[in-house]
Design a protein around this ligand. Structure first.
Ligand SMILES: Cc1ncc(COP(=O)(O)O)c(C=O)c1O
Length: 422
């Protein structure tokens, strides 16, 4: 066991914790901000998933205390206090029961978790909430990150709400519509003549030079820790139980790891007896984690190119942890074609009133493709939850040449009659 230095707990730390490396399993105890395992993060090999991501491990005795409570919420499980929670109200997203589609699939206990309803329109608000709390805890007022999409928007949204400076590094070629939200939230957006990886490295250069917290996804372990809130919320929303199976859309594998971590903490607290089976839903055009799970390797793929751009990832930043958690939850992977993702998106909208972006629809498409296996394995009353991670308004361009607005009719009663007469 390696100790960076002796843990000195600050009074306002809510729950004691240390960090464990996902790869070498060394435990690090520190009250300073840390990002990656200093040993494994140096062992990167070309064309493989990165190593050295840290897991926040909560103190077992502190967790066990939570079993006594009649009601728990995410804040009970967070390492830092979240101040002024209503300033940036993250959580309590609706749990929809899409009756018409459930009937069509032959499933009687089907839920959709609508994280599209979070303040900036995506699941990434969950991570940004805890990162904002981390910055406030360490008395820092700057947060830097690299992102081309939802993470940048979510962090910028939190920055606007709390009055924190957000410095967002983006590749020069990032799509304008994805960046617009961050510009509107008044973040400092820094386009970089380079790739996402270059923007990532520059954001780290920024924090080492100017201070502040770095929120890069997977790099800062508190991103995964924040994302776990969804599972704790589900536990209470479902009447102090958890689903049998959860479908999660996956790119880098951080959301997947967060979902697992929430259930893991509930399990460690003695509040649930079993972690749900977690299903990793990917596009066939961006399937690095699924292939790694199936073929027992950690190889990057060449040029991921799914239309569901939020999950288009060649070298998943949290791929190793995600594969571990697919196994630990006795889960599996489903790969779906892009066409099926868009069909799923349109169907969820028209037949359930649920409007999500393509990345989120990937989870629904995976459930649809997997339904026979699911029913055979668990029965038609299996308790299923599909995680819908982003709103459809994020990417309206996807509907071009697929959906059109009807032509205007003349302004007359005769035109109405002509339009509707059978
Ligand atoms: C809407 C949405 N869904 C799913 C994902 C996938 O999350 P991860 O990359 O952590 O696997 C993302 C990531 O950006 C996202 O924005």
């Amino acid at each position: 066991m390696l100790l960076w230095h002796v843990l000195i707990l600050k009074k306002d730390i809510k729950m004691r914790f240390n960090y464990e490396c996902n790869d070498c399993k060394n435990v690090f105890e520190t009250d300073e901000v840390v990002y990656q395992c200093p040993i494994c993060s140096k062992e990167q090999e070309a064309n493989t998933f990165p190593k050295g991501n840290l897991i926040v491990k909560l103190n077992k005795d502190d967790l066990a205390q939570l079993k006594q409570k009649d009601h728990v919420d995410m804040y009970d499980f967070f390492p830092f206090d979240v101040p002024d929670r209503d300033v940036y109200p993250v959580g309590n997203t609706p749990l929809a029961r899409p009756k018409r589609l459930a009937k069509e699939l032959g499933l009687t206990n089907l839920h959709c978790k609508l994280d599209s309803a979070l303040p900036s329109g995506s699941f990434k608000d969950r991570a940004s909430q805890l990162i904002a709390a981390q910055a406030i805890h360490y008395k820092m007022d700057k947060i830097a990150l690299a992102s081309t999409g939802n993470a940048g928007a979510a962090m910028s949204c939190a920055g606007a709400a709390y009055g924190l400076d957000i410095i967002l590094f983006v590749p020069e070629t990032a799509p304008v519509n994805k960046l617009m939200q961050s510009v509107l939230y008044d973040a400092t957006v820094v386009p970089v003549k380079g790739s996402y990886d270059d923007a990532f490295a520059l954001s780290i250069a920024y924090t080492s030079e100017f201070g502040g917290i770095n929120r890069n996804t997977a790099y800062n372990p508190m991103t995964i820790e924040g994302k776990k809130s969804v599972s704790i919320e589900l536990f209470e929303q479902m009447g102090r139980k958890v689903p049998d199976v959860v479908y999660v859309p996956v790119g880098d594998g951080c959301i997947f790891a967060g979902v697992y971590k929430g259930f893991y903490d509930l399990f460690e607290a003695g509040l649930i007896e079993k972690i749900p089976h977690l299903v990793c839903a990917q596009s066939t055009k961006s399937n690095a984690i699924s292939q790694a799970f199936k073929n027992n390797h950690f190889k990057a793929i060449a040029n991921a190119s799914t239309r569901a751009d939020s999950i288009s990832v060649s070298t998943p930043a949290n791929g190793r942890m995600a594969v571990n958690y697919i196994k630990a939850s006795d889960g599996w992977c489903v790969e779906v074609d892009d066409e099926d993702i868009i069909t799923a998106q349109l169907k969820l909208t028209a037949k359930a009133g649920i409007f999500v972006e393509p990345a989120a629809a990937c989870a629904w498409a995976a459930l649809k493709q997997d339904k026979d296996h699911l029913i055979k394995e668990f029965g038609s009353d299996v308790d299923v939850c599909v995680l819908l991670t982003g709103t459809g308004f994020k990417d309206m361009a996807v509907f071009e040449n697929r959906v059109s607005i009807p032509k205007a009719i003349e302004n007359s009663k005769a035109a109405v009659i002509a339009r509707f007469k059978k």
